[in-house]
Every structure is written in C-alpha cells, then in structure tokens.
Design a binder for this molecule. Structure first.
Ligand code: E4P
Length: 297
C-alpha cells in the first residue's frame, strides 16, 4: 500500500472492473480510470461472448460499455472514469456530442473522451458549454494541446489532455519531452487543462510522470503490478528518465515551441499521423466486437 498519496493522481488504464479492484488492493486507492474502445473490446465478458460466436449489435455494445463503467465508477476517486465516444473519420461533432451526452448520464463521475481532431475538438467545445467534463485523447503534439486549451476555455471543470507517451516512444521520439513541453506552455495559461499522461508502457515512465508532477497518469494493470512488485517506489531527487525506443536506442528529443495560447483553437495545426492511426485502431477494435460493421456516429 502507498502510505503517502502522491501529487499525481493515479488512474487505471483498462476495461475490466476486476483489474481496478486488484490495483485498489495493491496501492490502497485508485483515483480514476481511463477506458477506450480497444480496452473495452478486451473486457473478459465481451471476449467470452465473441469467442462463443456471439457478436454484439450497436445497442448491445453500448449497453455492455455502460455496464462496465457503472461497475468501475464507484471504485474510483475524484479523477473519474473516462468513457470514449466511437468516432471514425466521417463522424461529425454533433454525432460525437450526442454519444457524449448519453455517456455522461451513465455515471456521476464521467469524463467524455473525444479524439484530438477538428470534429473532436468541436464536440469538446460544445460539451464544455453544456457542462459535460471532457478528456481529449490521442494528443501527440504541443500544437494539439494548445488547441485543446483554446477550445475548452469555457469549461468550469478541469479538462484533461491525454498525450500518448508510449506511442511516441515506439517510433523513436521522446514522449516525455512532449509532456514537459505541454507543462511549460500551460504555465502561461489559466490552468483549466490538466495533463493526463497516457500510453504508459514501463515503470520508469510512470516514475518520470511522478517526477514531473503531472496532474494525472493512467497506466495499465501490468505496469501498476510491476510497480507494486518493486514496493511502490517514488522517484527521488536524483531520478533521471532515460527512455529508449523498441530497439533500445536513445529517443529523439521533441523540442519546445513558443506558442501563443490566445489564438482561436482552429488556428492551430491539428493534423497528426499518430492521431489518425489511433482512430483507425480504435474503430477496428470496436467493429471487431460487432455483429456487422455499421457506420459509427
Ligand atoms: C488512455 O486514455 C489511452 O487510451 C491509453 O493509455 C492508450 O494506451 P496504448 O498506447 O498502450 O494503447
């Protein structure tokens, strides 16, 4: 058990309430949970149905997702449960918002995840105006984080931005540098956007997030269990993060950019190939659980 709660909130990245319970007993608490279509597709109950040949209709899929987050919701603290809308490249902001409004009513501590695209940010902007808490996901650049900030200025609640560390590291870029750059850029902001470090693959990345003092970090059960097996260490003053790519080579730095946060959200460059790739994967995993692929939206 962790005797002293760190400044960084700890979230479980997964789609199985049993995992949340296991981590709660290891650490003593779980501040929140993040889910996504790939994680929900891996939920044991959904997998059982698929293996036995029973795929789901769109309505059943949504009902299953709801049941899963309703089980997770009471297990976590005030960082809430992030629920992701289903969006492909033709889903409009209005269609995402309609899903977000429904999902927000499932549990009292929901955060609605929208992809960091033009339509996703339009949906996030409309959501915060309606009092819906949001988490903008698949963020891979400082410009995208600037746009999220500008699009959600009206929010009364903290807005989460989820930069994906592991997926940047996988292609040889230092994801932790992006976290640092976003933190530095937000120093000159009104503070309404919180960094939720995501796509964590190693205990070292988790410790680096604690060392940087990010507001929130979400990690899969595998990483949290390895951290617990090491005795839940916290980084000390001398902690140095040395990320490596999949071949063990040092990562390419991501340089800090001077960005004017007062610009309108749609003035920033949102295009990013990793964001597009991420959407494709989520759609494939989501459709893999369905009776027949239907258009999402
Ligand atoms: C959480 O919000 C993200 O969806 C998740 O951390 C992505 O992790 P991955 O890159 O390991 O799929």
């Amino acid at each position: 058990m962790l005797t002293k709660k760190p400044k960084t909130k700890i979230l479980v990245d997964g789609g199985d309430p049993e995992e949340t319970l296991r981590i709660k007993s290891l650490i003593g608490f779980v501040d929140g949970q993040t889910t996504n279509p790939s994680l929900i597709a891996k939920n044991p109950e959904i997998q059982r149905r698929i293996i036995s040949g029973h795929k789901l209709s769109l309505a059943e899929q949504s009902e299953e997702y709801k049941k899963i987050v309703q089980k997770i919701s009471p297990l976590v603290g005030d960082a809430g449960v992030s629920i992701e809308v289903f969006a492909n490249f033709s889903t409009t902001a209005e269609q995402m918002l309609a899903q977000g409004e429904d999902m927000f009513s499932w549990i009292p501590n929901a955060y609605i995840k929208y992809p960091c695209t033009y339509e996703g940010l339009r949906a996030a902007q409309m959501s915060v105006e309606r009092g819906i808490r949001v988490n903008v996901t698949l963020c891979f650049s400082q410009e995208q984080a600037a746009s999220i900030y500008a699009a959600t200025r009206a929010s009364k609640a903290p807005v989460y931005v989820s930069p994906f560390i592991g997926r940047l590291d996988d292609r040889g870029e230092n994801g932790m540098d992006l976290i640092r750059a976003i933190q530095q850029m937000y120093k000159a902001s009104d503070g309404h956007v919180y960094v939720l470090a995501a796509s964590i693959r190693t205990v070292d990345q988790l410790l680096a997030c604690f060392a940087l003092g990010v507001e929130l970090v979400t990690a899969p059960i595998r990483v949290l269990e390895s951290w617990a097996a090491k005795g839940l260490p916290m980084p000390d003053r001398n902690f140095v993060y040395r990320g490596v790519d999949t071949d063990g080579k040092p990562l390419k730095p991501i340089p800090y950019k001077d960005i004017d946060l007062t610009k309108p959200w749609n003035a920033f460059n949102l295009r990013n190939d990793l964001t597009r790739k991420g959407i494709k994967t989520f759609v494939t995993d989501f459709e893999g659980t369905l009776l027949r692929p239907e258009s999402v939206g």
